[in-house]
Design a protein around this ligand. Structure first.
Ligand SMILES: N[C@@H](CCC(=O)N[C@@H](CS)C(=O)NCC(=O)O)C(=O)O
Ligand SMILES: [Fe+2]
Length: 358
């Protein structure tokens, strides 16, 4: 199995990627709207096919990427039938299985934080994705979205604390940077829900949390009730891919362009070679028309570049020029991409070179 824990720092949300290595089928639990491009890049780089996005609940603090990923990658949206959300492809019933390759997750009803919360338990009960029902030494609040402290107490006891002690617990959020716990640990040490704590004590605790409402709540709940379909297309602006070239976005956060595209568009872009002069004039040569601006002085010399005409950065292998895209981005250049594979790939694929030796 392939497993990744991904994080959205804005909302302190965890997104989980679970894939079957043989069939390449992958699930994403609780993807975040603003992270859709990152998650799609990772799925692509790992060579996986997104089968379902799964929601643990209708979130109040961030918008789900379910709708966006469905449109980008053709995945299907799964959420509990009790969530009240529209626009999903699969409405999960308690104990329904969600397959990926030969593996599955079991949907366990864990209402209380919201009335439609589901947790997802891996087939061999080694991992549970508890959303906001059970956190690391905590739990989700119960003061809105039909939240109910008594229901949460009973859900956790019936559907989570019945799992083996060694079962790892991956929560929907953590506000202190903690990443994982286990059922056994939480039964002993959860300050709200440990086995030694009674239902009335728990209700007393939850009634006096004194938390402000999530900042995004008025936007997030209506959007999530539509599985993250934006009400206005302008919401998509930051996520629309650049159109000046067929760029790919890497999980490392870099926009890349392929050599064959550059070869056909040498005059449409500013080619910025960020190597040292002896490399630029050395045996590898350089891309015809490239401007030499070594990485060390790039920020100072960037004033020589136009902000209108797109920039393609180049170096030997594509590593220094990736960093150059980051520096140029910070200087306010919006249309910047890295030449994938640098001069090494450019030469291997036998594109035109100025200078250099054969
Ligand atoms: N400050 C955060 C609050 C987030 C929040 O209330 N999160 C919910 C989960 S959706 C929760 O249960 N928090 C529990 C806690 O903060 O103890 C925001 O504005 O988004
Ligand atoms: Fe929540």
């Amino acid at each position: 199995m392939i497993f990744r824990q991904l994080y959205d720092p804005q909302s302190s949300t965890y997104t989980y990627l679970l894939a079957d290595a043989a069939s390449r089928e992958v699930l994403l639990i609780d993807p975040v709207f603003e992270q859709a491009r990152r998650d799609a890049a990772l799925i692509e780089e790992l060579g996986l096919r997104l089968k379902y996005t799964l929601e643990t609940h209708v979130h109040a603090d961030h918008v789900t990427a379910a709708w966006l990923l469905k449109h980008k990658l053709g995945s299907r949206i799964a959420i509990s039938a009790a969530s009240g959300a529209e626009g999903a492809d699969v409405y999960l019933q308690p104990h329904e299985k969600v397959q990926f390759g030969p593996r599955h997750l079991e949907a366990r009803p864990t209402a209380g934080h919201t009335s439609g919360c589901m947790s997802y338990v891996l087939d061999d009960q080694t991992m549970a994705f508890t959303g906001d029902a059970l956190f690391i030494r905590g739990c989700g609040r119960t003061d809105f979205q039909n939240g109910d402290a008594r229901a949460l107490y009973r859900s956790v006891r019936t559907h989570l604390f019945s799992l083996p002690d060694r079962c790892l617990v991956y929560p929907g959020h953590d506000y202190r940077g903690l990443t994982v716990t286990s059922i056994g640990e939480e039964k002993l040490y959860n300050p709200r829900l440990a086995e030694s704590i009674g239902e009335n004590d728990f209700v007393g605790y939850m009634t006096h949390l004194g938390l402000a409402h999530p900042k995004q709540m008025d936007v997030a709940i209506p959007a999530n009730l539509k599985c993250g379909k934006p009400a206005q297309t302008t919401t998509l602006d930051p996520l629309i891919d650049p159109t000046w070239a067929p760029l790919t976005y890497t999980f490392a956060g870099i926009w890349e362009v392929q050599p064959h595209w550059l070869e056909e568009h040498l005059r449409d872009v500013q080619i910025v070679d960020v190597r040292e002069p002896d490399e630029f004039n050395g045996p590898l040569g350089h891309v015809p028309g490239a401007k030499l601006l070594p990485l060390g002085g790039l920020v100072a010399s960037a004033t020589q570049l136009s902000k209108e005409k797109p920039i393609v950065t180049v170096c030997r292998s594509g590593a220094r020029s990736a960093q150059a895209t980051v520096l140029l981005g910070k200087c306010g250049f919006e249309k910047v991409a890295n030449l994938s594979g640098g001069m090494l790939r450019w030469r291997t694929q036998r594109y035109a070179v100025e200078g250099g030796v054969d």
